[in-house]
Design a protein around this ligand. Structure first.
Ligand code: C5P
Length: 400
């Protein structure tokens, strides 16, 4: 079988050097990559580097090998075009349909999925001109990955960093796997909670659970690849931030509730994949609880935490918002799931059985998605991403 053909566009920002790693990941995973740099980007990384790493000649303009009509062929032949980094100037030229170099020609002739990974200073990213260009590109079906927050070129920090190259590669891999399917969550804001809350008992101990956060992260990554704006609220996962997701951190159930309620106010979908502690210690000991010779420890009194899923489901102030819950069960899985769906009042409930190889910490899962309208969709044992995609299929179908 022919290798999937990827065009890697590189525009003139300092983050161009990180595109070498994106290229490496793509070629090593069996993709045929044609690098199309802009003239300005060659100030940062030279054509020799791109040519050596990709195994193809490299050109910035349409006047080389004219007999092969590269300004049309390159885009037509591609299965995916990814531009990383995409500068403010490149986004502007793409949004306005300019065709003044090989990359912009390629963007106009490509009929495959197109991904932009912008990188620039915060002011440039936030400028209404850039934001309108990004909105235009998204409206036309491109996936524009939100920049990461962190250290920028100089001493300053803010939003505008190119996301981790490995994560950009992951977005590309997922979009290629979707073939020519449109980004069906474009224009939607999804909020996902992931991980497990920890309820402090004293300065060194907490009550926690075994949730790894992998299912929530799989939901975030797949949602980015389907074009959604993603807010991921993570609790104690230690996992790398998925490219394109805004990541907020929460430790306890109370902190998670605050973050979810605030983000949910503007969301189209809320997915509660986090394992939220049902109880917390009634009293927090400000000093470490000590062993006392010959005495049994004092029992730990617990109080209930608020049920965030039930609260968001009951709040119908945002009509049309879809709320998805998760339930891990050990017995009577379906019967308990149906009862829980009714009790929590959410639109979809993903029910899974806690088992050796699935659910906590593993890469795989097996579940049944129950819907408030009575539908039941079994998801066979497989990667957590496959379950995530089924959830988004059901959500997208509800948006109609
Ligand atoms: O009741 P149970 O803990 O089994 O419900 C699981 C679902 O409810 C998950 O979606 C979880 O994120 C959510 N939940 C919550 N707040 C709690 C407990 C669970 O939102 N306090």
């Amino acid at each position: 079988m022919d290798k999937p053909k990827v065009v890697l566009g590189v525009s003139g920002g300092i983050a161009a050097y990180k595109a070498c790693e994106v290229l490496r990941r793509l070629t090593e995973s069996g993709h045929d990559v044609q690098v199309v740099p802009t003239e300005a980007s060659l100030h940062f990384v030279g054509a020799a580097t791109w040519s050596a790493l990709s195994g193809h000649p490299v050109s910035t303009q349409v006047w080389n090998d004219v007999h092969q009509v590269p300004h049309v062929r390159t885009g037509q032949a591609a299965d995916l075009v990814v531009v990383a980094p995409a500068t403010a100037d490149l986004l502007a030229r793409a949004a306005h349909g300019l065709a003044d170099d090989l990359l912009t020609n390629t963007l106009l002739t490509a009929r495959c999925p197109v991904v932009f990974a912008p990188a620039m200073h915060t002011e440039m990213w936030e400028h209404p001109a850039t934001q309108e260009n990004v909105a235009t590109l998204r409206r036309r079906g491109a996936v524009v990955i939100e920049p990461a927050v962190g250290r920028l070129t100089g001493a300053d920090t803010g939003k505008g960093r190119l996301p981790d190259p490995g994560e950009i590669f992951e977005v590309c891999r997922r979009i290629l796997a979707r073939g020519t399917a449109a980004p069906d969550l474009a224009g939607r804001h999804v909020v996902i909670s992931a991980g497990g809350t920890r309820e402090p008992l004293d300065p060194v101990r907490y009550l926690g659970n075994r949730s790894s956060g992998k299912q929530g992260y799989a939901l975030a990554r797949t949602a980015v690849a389907r074009g959604a704006r993603v807010t991921l609220i993570e609790a104690n996962t230690g996992l790398p931030d998925p490219a394109g997701a805004e990541v907020l951190r929460a430790g306890t159930a109370a902190q998670l509730r605050e973050a979810v309620v605030e983000a949910a106010a503007g969301a189209d979908v809320v997915v509660m994949a986090a394992a939220v502690a049902d109880f917390r210690p009634a009293v927090y000991a400000t000093g470490k609880i000590k062993k006392k010779d010959g005495r049994e420890p004092e029992p730990v009194a617990l109080v209930r935490n608020p049920d965030i899923l039930a609260e968001i489901s009951a709040d119908r102030s945002r009509p049309g918002r879809i709320v998805v819950g998760f339930a891990a069960e050990t017995d009577d899985v379906l019967a308990n799931g149906r009862e829980k769906l009714r009790r929590k009042g959410c639109d979809l409930l993903v029910v899974n059985e806690v088992g050796e190889r699935k659910t906590f910490g593993s890469e795989e899962n097996e579940a049944v998605v129950l819907a408030a309208d009575g539908a039941e969709v079994p998801v066979p044992f497989g990667p957590k991403e496959a379950l995530a995609d089924t959830v988004w299929d059901l959500v997208a179908a509800r948006f109609g």
